[in-house]
Design a protein around this ligand. Sequence first.
Ligand code: OAD
Ligand code: ZN
Length: 297
Amino acid sequence: MAERSNDVYDVSNLIGEINNLEGTSVAPDLNDIIELIRSEDVKIITFTGAGISTSAGIPDFRSENGLYNIIKSKFDMPNPELIFDFDYFKKDPKLFYCIAKQFIEVEYLPTKTHCFLKLLHNKKLLLRNFTQNVDGLDSKVGLSNKVNIECHGHFKTGHCLSCSKKYSYEEMKAEISNHDYITCNIENCRGLVKPDIVLFGESLPKTVFENLSKISEANLIIIMGSSLRVMPFNQFINFAKKETPYLIINNEDPLGGMALYSGKKYLLQLPCDEGIKKICELLNWTSELEEIYSQFH
Ligand code: OAD
Ligand code: ZN
């Protein structure tokens, strides 16, 4: 945890309700958005969540078939979010590792929505992608570390909570294949090893806060596949200039008809990949999208 000890951004409780402003849902007039993406000086910031990875086979958290309902019934846990709580993890890491094992062992592949992010990146239109996802698919599709801000961390490395020894993904994978959880291999330590993902009660990585000022440079915000229920992530969007339009692609309106701020809201209420397909058709980008997708499928 040495890397984290310098963090001053302690967020003791990440869960919270978004602070909605008055507002109404706007029917998607995609032409406005398409025109904006085509304009020369477009600068896009994306905010993403678990809904962009469900078509890769990874459940989201809060949908009916999401992880929290799975955990509730499988482990008879009325408060499934506890599995991702730092204090709970330190007391009993087994349940966390039961879920984490899947992320460490299974090789998931980027979806069309991840490929769209890469396409924006290739075209130099993507200022930053702020993601809550820990599946690593945004970096797998080829977003650079500079652009891709993994707000809730990742499974690429881990650390011993006692002596801070760093563990690679390969080391964790080997360890978890025949243990219930991972402990430090230093003889007189044997501390608990945690992948470098952010649990409830932990600080967000410093890089998140170093990049927040970029959000105000955007002239288009795109939010995809998130219920926007978790703080402080859902608050970061408010760093946008108040006139910046924002497009939400999600299979439900995460704002329940409300607005985030005074910029124009566009809601494309569809599965993410379908929304992306539609946008790419209108932009004449379909073949470029498919080209990226075919590199993985
Ligand atoms: P949620 O599960 O809260 O929200 C996912 C959203 O995506 C919901 O609104 C779904 O309806 C929608 N959705 C699911 N599949 C979709 C699809 N194929 N197309 C379009 N929409 C789809 O997930 P997040 O918002 O990412 O944090 O959750 C945020 C955080 O809560 C996670 O990072 C995690 C969790 O607790 C930590 O563990 C720290
Ligand atoms: Zn150790």
